[in-house]
Design a protein around this ligand. Structure first.
Ligand SMILES: C[S@@+](CC[C@H](N)C(=O)[O-])C[C@H]1O[C@@H](n2cnc3c(N)ncnc32)[C@H](O)[C@@H]1O
Length: 404
């Protein structure tokens, strides 16, 4: 009989919630072809073993924190703080927690595509242990990102600093991997400033917080959608498969669906599965226009200067100048430039190099070893000099690489 129940928005039966000792090295049946947009109801080690190797683009994991809480935490008015005291968060020792971490991380590494990546979130209770385990396995850390909470829970006893952040580790599958990073999109998101590694985001509250019929939190550690929005937007593409092996109430699935990604969740608790199923069913995916992310120039196909001539955007014989109009050269049919010696600088006159690519000749006339010819050389339009770089967009539109 299968160890797993797979559900596609179906109510499922209630499982035994006592913490079972993690089954390390579960012997798995041979994996089936990947099927996405579903919750796998079961233990993550057994469920991961059924996912084909190299099939997942991005993993977001919010594992048990192993909080080791000793007794109730009370507010100054003696009310009990609704913390995490569930069986799923309890481990007998650090050694058992480490063994469990290494087991699920190894499975995650197996299911990731060669350029896939993992985000894992944790607190001081577990993140250092998880970080060491993932480095030992060969994951390659890209960043650690601090989620700074705008509205953290106070430190009621006044014995320590207010714990106001959690840490996320973003790691590539291995050192060779080139994980997706939507740099330009993140910069545009951040008002044209590079996105930093400290994110100020409120904890999940208000209508976003799922509650049961009695008004109690459906899950003690439901993460804010804003956090997942930034994670998924920054490091995946529309259509990618995002997997969360500790799905809880399905925050990852809800955001992934909204952002046009495919998703797979694994969760052991039937109540959480039911809450996530209902929640994701309500999510409406955004359309392709809303999902188009700003792309870096580097990720677009290159346009060579020769294509600017080939496409008739500049005619052979056109004159190009440096920014101040002191040096000029003529464009040739093959995309090289011929320096106009009469106007050339002394350095260029003395040199043997009188023609070459926009980059080579640009460097030559400045006496440098390298030059970006696209920004050095200018063409004249309406009596003004403009860098030839602006012609690349026109070429991309003509070539159908970019839409205006
Ligand atoms: C920290 S919570 C994740 C909360 C989730 N990010 C959300 O926003 O709702 C961890 C979840 O992992 C589940 N879990 C713990 N151990 C598991 C295991 N071995 N296999 C599958 N799920 C597990 C717990 O039931 C819990 O819902």
């Amino acid at each position: 009989m299968s160890l797993l129940k797979q559900t596609e928005f179906k109510k499922v039966s209630r499982p035994d919630k006592t913490h079972r000792k993690p089954r390390i090295g579960v012997s798995a049946p041979s994996p089936e072809p990947l099927s996405a947009n579903r919750i796998i109801h079961g233990d993550c080690l057994a469920a991961l073993a059924q996912i084909p190797g190299g099939s997942i683009d991005l993993v977001f994991a919010d594992p048990p924190y192993n909080l080791q809480l000793a007794g109730d935490l009370l507010r100054p008015n003696d009310t009990r703080v609704d913390g995490v005291d569930q069986a799923w968060d309890k481990f007998a020792s650090f050694a058992e927690y480490d063994q469990f971490s290494r087991a699920w991380l190894a499975e995650v590494q197996r299911v990731l595509k060669p350029n896939g990546a993992l985000w894992v979130i944790g607190s001081d209770h577990n993140i250092f242990r998880v970080g060491a385990a993932l480095q030992d396995l060969g994951f390659w850390i890209q960043n650690d990102v601090v989620w700074r909470k705008t509205n953290p829970m106070p430190n009621f006893r006044g014995k320590r600093f207010t714990n106001a952040h959690e840490t996320m580790i973003w790691a590539a599958r291995d050192q060779k991997a080139k994980p997706t990073f939507n740099y330009e999109a993140m910069k545009a998101f951040n008002d044209d400033l590079q996105m930093r590694s400290d994110w100020l985001i409120p904890i999940c509250s208000g209508p976003e917080r799922l509650r049961d019929d009695g008004g109690r939190k459906a899950h003690p550690t439901q993460k804010p959608e804003a956090l997942l929005h930034r994670v998924i937007l920054s490091s995946s593409k529309p259509g990618d498969v995002v997997l969360d092996p500790f799905f809880g109430t399905g925050t990852t699935g809800a955001v992934a669906k909204r952002l046009g990604r495919q998703w797979i969740g694994i969760e052991r608790d039937a109540d959480y599965v039911a809450a996530a199923t209902e929640r994701i069913g309500r999510v409406v995916a955004l359309g392709p226009d809303a999902l188009e992310t700003a792309r870096s120039k580097r990720s677009e196909p290159r346009v060579a200067f020769g294509q600017i001539i080939e496409l008739g955007i500049l005619e052979p014989g056109t004159k190009l100048w440096d920014e101040r109009g002191r040096v000029w050269a003529e464009v040739r049919a093959d995309g090289t430039l011929l320096l106009a010696t009469a106007a050339a600088t002394k350095r260029a006159r003395d040199s043997t190099q009188q023609s070459g690519s926009i980059h080579r000749l640009g460097a030559e006339v400045q006496g440098k070893t390298a030059c970006n010819g696209w920004t050095f050389w200018h063409f004249q339009v309406d009596g003004m000099l403009k860098p030839i770089d602006v012609l690349r967009d026109q070429a991309k539109r003509q070539l159908g690489i970019r839409h205006s």
